[in-house]
Design a protein around this ligand. Structure first.
Ligand code: 6PG
Length: 249
C-alpha cells in the first residue's frame, strides 16, 4: 500500500487542506472523465472540511454540475435526523453549492436496511465506472477513523467487514446494537484516491497502532485497505501525537 501521511497543526488546517485536495482531485477527474464521483464520509471530523468547501472562495473552484455525491455509510435513520450522515453533509455543504439534486445519492437509512443496501449497490453498479477488478470505482473516497479502527461502518468483527463481492451492505454492529449501511472494503479500496481524515488526541493510539504496521490479528479495518490507489492520511498534530517521528512527512 502506498500510504502518504500528512500532519497538520489542527482541525482547521487539516480541513482547509482536505478541501484543497478535494478541489484538485475534482478538477483532475472532470478534466479526464467529465465527472467527479466522490463518496463522502460521516462522523464529526469532516464537517469543517465540508464547511470550507461551501465557502465561496473554495466553492467557486469546483465545477459542481459535474460532481456526483455518494456516501460511504449511513445510520439507519431518516435523512434529516441528527445522526444522519447525509443530514450533516447537507447542512454543512450540499445545500450551499449548485449541485443538481439528482447528483446527490444518499443511502436510504429510513428504509429496511437490507433493501436499502441492495438498492444502493444496484445504483453504484449502474452509475459508476468499473475498476480493473470490476468494482464500481469512485474518484475519491473520504473516510474517517473510529477509535477502534473502523472505517465507514465496517467495524471490527462485523459481517460487513468480511464482504468481498457486494459493494454495499447492511451491517449489524453489535458494538452499537444498531444496523448501519456501508460501502464494503473492495469498493472503498477501488477508489482512485482515498483520503482518511483523523483529528484529536482520542485517535492518537489507534493511529499509531495502524501506522506502525503492527500486525494486529485480525487486522483492523483501516489496516485492511489493500489498495492500489494512494491512501492519504490527513492527521492533525493531536491525532499524530504518539507517532514515531519517521512516520510524519
Ligand atoms: C460514521 C462514519 C464513521 C466515522 C468514524 C469517525 O458514520 O460515523 O462514517 O466511520 O468516520 O466513526 O468519526 P468521527 O469523525 O466523529 O471521529
Amino acid at each position: 500500500m502506498n500510504k502518504k501521511v500528512q500532519v497538520f497543526a489542527g482541525l482547521e488546517e487539516l480541513s482547509a487542506a482536505a478541501a484543497g485536495q478535494f478541489i484538485r482531485l475534482a478538477e483532475a477527474s472532470i478534466a479526464e472523465r467529465g465527472r467527479f464521483d466522490v463518496a463522502l464520509t460521516g462522523g464529526s471530523t469532516p464537517r469543517r472540511m465540508y464547511e470550507y468547501l461551501a465557502n465561496a472562495r473554495y466553492a467557486e473552484q469546483v465545477a459542481w454540475p459535474s460532481v456526483h455525491i455518494y456516501f460511504g455509510d449511513e445510520r439507519c435513520v431518516p435523512p434529516h435526523h441528527p445522526d444522519s450522515n447525509f443530514g450533516m453533509a447537507y447542512e454543512a455543504l450540499l445545500r450551499h453549492v449548485p449541485l443538481p439534486s439528482a447528483q446527490i445519492q444518499r443511502m436510504h437509512g429510513e428504509e429496511d436496511p437490507t433493501e436499502a443496501a441492495t438498492a444502493y449497490a444496484r445504483l453504484l453498479d449502474a452509475q459508476l465506472p468499473k475498476s480493473p477488478r470490476g468494482m464500481p470505482q469512485f474518484d475519491l473516497v473520504l473516510l474517517g477513523l473510529g477509535a477502534d479502527g473502523h472505517i465507514a461502518s465496517l467495524f471490527p468483527g462485523t459481517e460487513g467487514l468480511a464482504e468481498r463481492s457486494r459493494c454495499a451492505v447492511a451491517n449489524y454492529v453489535p458494538q452499537l446494537q444498531a444496523w448501519r449501511l456501508s460501502l464494503t472494503l473492495p469498493v472503498i479500496a477501488s477508489g482512485r484516491q482515498i483520503l482518511l481524515l483523523v483529528s484529536g488526541e482520542p485517535k492518537a493510539s489507534i493511529v499509531s497502532k495502524i501506522l506502525a504496521d503492527n500486525d494486529e490479528s485480525p487486522p483492523l479495518p483501516a489496516q485492511m485497505l489493500e489498495s492500489a490507489a494512494t491512501l492519504e492520511w490527513y492527521l492533525d498534530s493531536a491525532a499524530a501525537s504518539t507517532l514515531p517521528g519517521e512516520n510524519k512527512r
